[in-house]
Structures are given as C-alpha cells and as structure tokens.
Design a protein around this ligand. Structure first.
Ligand SMILES: *[C@@H]1O[C@H](CO)[C@@H](O)[C@H](O)[C@H]1NC(C)=O
Ligand SMILES: *[C@@H]1O[C@H](CO)[C@@H](O)[C@H](O)[C@H]1NC(C)=O
Length: 228
C-alpha cells in the first residue's frame, strides 16, 4: 500500500519534471546524491533540498545526519540541489558537487561539508569584487583539496564541460518541479514537511520519524494528521 503510494508520487513527480523541463530530455538517472540507502524497501525516504552556500542548509545538516545515523536502515536520505538565484555562487558550487560526484562518489558529501564549513568565503558580499573566473578558480582549488591534487586537470576540464552545467540545471529544474522555492526543504516519503526553508534540529527530526518507524514499541502509526 504505502509502496504503491510512493510509486504513484514518484510517477507524478517525474511527469511534472518532464513537463517543466520540456526543453531537456529526461536525465538518464534520477536527480540527487544518495547519502544512505540500505536497500530496505520499507525505509523512510528523506529528501533534503540544499543550496551549498545557504546558511540554513548548513545549519540543518548536522542534526539531519545525526537523525539518519540514529535510524540506520529505517531511513534513506537523498540530497537534491537548488542553487538559489539570490545566492551569487550557488550555481558554481552546486556544479562542483556534480563534478566531484562524477570523479569520486564517496567524496560528494565531504565536498558538501567543505562548502558548508567555508561557505562565508563564497557569499555575495565576500566575492563582490572578484571575477567569475577567479571565483571558479577558488572553487577548483576547494575541489582539489577534497578529492586530491591528482584530479586537478579533470576538475578544470569538468568546469568547461557543458555536461556538468546541464547536470546542475537538471538539479535546479527537478527541485523547481517539486515545488521547492527555498532551502532547506525536506520531503518525507514524498510529502513536504511544514516549516520548510529553515533548519530543523535533531529533536524535531525525532518527532517526525519516530511515529513512522514505530519507535515507541507500539505498532506503526499512520500519522497523516501531521501533514494535513
Ligand atoms: C574517494 O574519496 C574518498 C573520500 O574523500 C577517499 O577516501 C578515497 O580515497 C577517494 N578515492 C579515490 C580513488 O580518489
Ligand atoms: C570591494 O571593493 C571596494 C572598492 O574598492 C571596497 O571598498 C570593498 O571593501 C571591497 N570588498 C571586498 C569584500 O573586498
């Protein structure tokens, strides 16, 4: 039952994505970076929509990680990107994540965490006097720091490869097609959590997920009222 609902939601979402992104063919694989997927078909799917240079996204990451660790195989997490137009370097840093993911999947989340940690250096005010090229160089340097010097040429090439630009656009369009207009937004099993757009702490995550996994011994609740 719940699986078919999720499937239906996924189908609707992909239909919507195709319609919104009508100038692109559908991507070969579903958008998003998989943080944890335990191949448990009953696991609860959390989707986080992030902008690498958004302070609220940054602040929401440690408690979300903690919650995902707490629930183990009961929860899967996928991170989607929404580079916000009012964050000057959101697109180039999002593109960097796609580039890293293609070079070494394991380094994707360390890269995201690097951007969260050093994100002030990429804010609009801090890069106001810098050229687009010099910001890109800063990003290339950052990526090199995370994935290793030996990748320098591949990273440079990837920033000139239209494919990585398109992948980042697909992320943007996918997020937009899901109705995401700010970050961080969170979906749980396809439903948008209320209060999206701001960080949520560990306790708030427990309050959402505990009833879904039946953590208090009883049978799983179907707490639909939460979303209604
Ligand atoms: C991929 O990234 C991980 C995490 O940063 C690192 O431990 C590993 O050595 C990298 N692998 C390669 C082939 O660069
Ligand atoms: C940018 O340049 C202006 C004018 O030279 C200067 O006043 C300002 O402090 C500079 N900003 C940064 C972040 O370097």
């Amino acid at each position: 039952m719940s699986q078919s609902v999720v499937l239906l939601i996924c189908m609707l979402c992909s239909l919507l994505a195709v319609r919104v992104g009508a100038d692109y063919i559908p991507p070969a694989r579903l958008d998003g970076f998989v943080y944890s997927n335990h191949h448990n078909p009953d696991s609860i799917l959390i989707e986080a929509f992030y902008d690498p240079v958004c302070p609220d996204s940054r602040d929401s990451w440690p408690p979300l990680k903690q919650a995902v660790t707490h629930y183990g195989s009961c929860v899967s997490l996928v991170v989607h990107l929404l580079p916000l137009p009012y964050h000057d370097n959101a697109f180039v840093t999002s593109r960097a994540l796609h580039i890293v993911n293609a070079l070494n999947k394991t380094a994707t989340f360390p890269m995201l965490e690097w951007f969260f940690k050093h994100q002030e250096n990429f804010y609009g005010a801090q890069t106001k006097n810098l050229s687009k090229a010099s910001v890109e160089n800063k990003v290339v340097k950052a990526v090199t720091e995370v994935v290793g010097r030996s990748y320098y040429n591949s990273i440079k090439t990837a920033f000139n490869d239209r494919k990585t630009d398109l992948q980042t656009r697909v992320s943007f369009k996918y997020s937009a097609s899901r109705g995401v207009s700010g970050t961080p937004y969170f979906y749980v099993n396809g439903f948008l959590l209320p209060d999206s757009g701001s960080a949520r702490d560990y306790k708030a995550w427990r309050k959402v997920i505990d009833p879904l996994v039946g953590a208090h011994g009883g049978k799983k609740l179907e707490p639909l009222h939460f979303f209604l």
